[in-house]
Design a binder for this molecule. Structure first.
Ligand code: SF4
Ligand code: SF4
Length: 282
C-alpha cells in the first residue's frame, strides 16, 4: 500500500492531468440519464452549465474569415482567453488537449524503445503554420486550421469514428515515435503556438524553491516537453520558468527528487531569489 501511494505521489502531476483530460473528454462524450451532455459542443465552441466558451484561436480564424460572430461568442472567447492569459496559455496543452494523451504515449514508447532519431525542426515552424492558417482564413473565407485540426478530428473520432481522423491521428502518433522527439506539439502544432503567445505572461509558474535543493542532476530537463524553458533555472540563471512554452505539465516536479521545484501562482511580474536575478524569457 505504501509503495502504491508513493508511486502515485511520485507521479502526482501526471495523474492529476490524466484525470482532468479524461473528465473533459467524458463531459463531451457521455450522455446524461436525463438526456444531453455535461458539455455541449466541442473544444472549439462549447456550453458548460449554460455558459458558452469559445476557443480564441477559432474565434480569430472566424473573424478573419468574415463569419458572423455574435456577442455570446465574443464573451465566451474573452472568458477562455482571460483564463489562459492569467494562468499560462499552454496549460491548454497539458491539461485539456486530448492530443496530448496521444503524444505523451508516443513519447513513452519512444523512451521504452530507446529511439534516438531526432530530425531537426525549428520551433518557429509552428509559428509559421499559425500565421499561414490566419492568412488562409482571411483569403479563403474558411476556418483554415479547422479543416485539418487533429484536436477536432480526435473528438469526431471518439463520437463517430472516421477514416480521415484515424489517419491524421496515426500520422502524429508515428511521427512522434519515429521522427522527432515531441515532434508534433513542440514543433508543428499552431494551436500550441497560439496558446504560448496568449499565455506568455501567465502567472502560474515553475519556480526554484531554495538555493541548496537543486543538485544539478538535470533530470527535470530530460522529461520536460519543452526543455529550453527549464534550462535557465537549472543553470541557476533564473528562479522562475518564464517562457510561454511551459505547459505547466508538472513533469519536472514529478521527476525532481530533491524538491527543488514548485508550481507557484506568482502575481508579480518578476522577482529575485536569494540574490539570483530573474532572467525573463517573456
Ligand atoms: S501543441 Fe497542439 S496538439 Fe499538442 S497539446 Fe498543445 S494544442 Fe494539443
Ligand atoms: S518546465 Fe516543468 S511544467 Fe513547464 S513544460 Fe517543462 S516539465 Fe512541464
Amino acid at each position: 500500500m505504501r509503495r502504491t501511494l508513493a508511486f502515485f505521489y511520485r507521479n502526482r502531476w501526471l495523474f492529476s492531468r490524466r484525470v482532468m483530460q479524461l473528465l473533459i473528454i467524458a463531459a463531451f462524450a457521455m450522455e446524461l440519464p436525463e438526456g444531453g451532455y455535461f458539455a455541449q459542443g466541442n473544444l472549439s465552441s462549447s456550453t458548460w452549465f449554460g455558459i458558452g466558451l469559445t476557443d480564441p484561436y477559432i474565434w480569430l480564424q472566424s473573424l478573419l474569415a468574415g463569419a458572423p460572430l455574435g456577442k455570446s461568442a465574443l464573451i465566451g472567447m474573452l472568458i477562455v482567453a482571460g483564463l489562459y492569459a492569467l494562468f499560462g496559455g499552454r496549460i491548454y496543452c497539458s491539461w485539456v488537449c486530448p492530443i496530448n494523451l496521444l503524444t505523451d504515449l508516443s513519447y513513452w514508447i519512444r523512451q521504452k524503445l530507446h529511439i534516438k532519431s531526432n530530425f531537426t525542426l525549428s520551433k518557429n515552424l509552428r509559428v509559421a503554420i499559425l500565421l499561414l492558417s490566419l492568412l488562409l482564413s482571411l483569403l479563403s473565407g474558411k476556418l483554415a486550421w479547422e479543416m485539418v485540426n487533429p484536436i477536432t478530428q480526435f473528438q469526431r473520432e471518439l463520437m463517430w469514428g472516421s477514416m480521415t481522423g484515424a489517419m491524421v491521428l496515426a500520422s502524429i502518433f508515428l511521427f512522434d515515435i519515429f521522427v522527432t522527439r515531441r515532434g508534433w506539439c513542440s514543433h508543428l502544432c499552431p494551436v500550441g503556438a497560439f496558446y504560448s503567445e496568449l499565455g506568455r505572461y501567465g502567472r502560474l509558474r515553475v519556480k526554484a524553491t531554495q538555493s541548496g535543493a537543486c543538485n544539478g542532476c538535470a533530470e527535470c530537463i530530460k522529461v520536460c516537453p519543452e526543455p529550453h524553458v527549464l534550462a535557465p533555472v537549472v543553470a541557476r540563471k533564473a528562479d522562475l520558468v518564464t517562457h510561454g512554452d511551459c505547459t505547466r505539465c508538472g513533469a519536472c516536479l514529478d521527476q525532481c527528487s530533491t524538491g527543488a521545484l514548485a508550481m507557484s501562482l506568482n502575481l508579480k511580474r518578476a522577482g529575485s531569489f536569494k540574490g539570483i536575478p530573474v532572467v525573463s524569457q517573456d
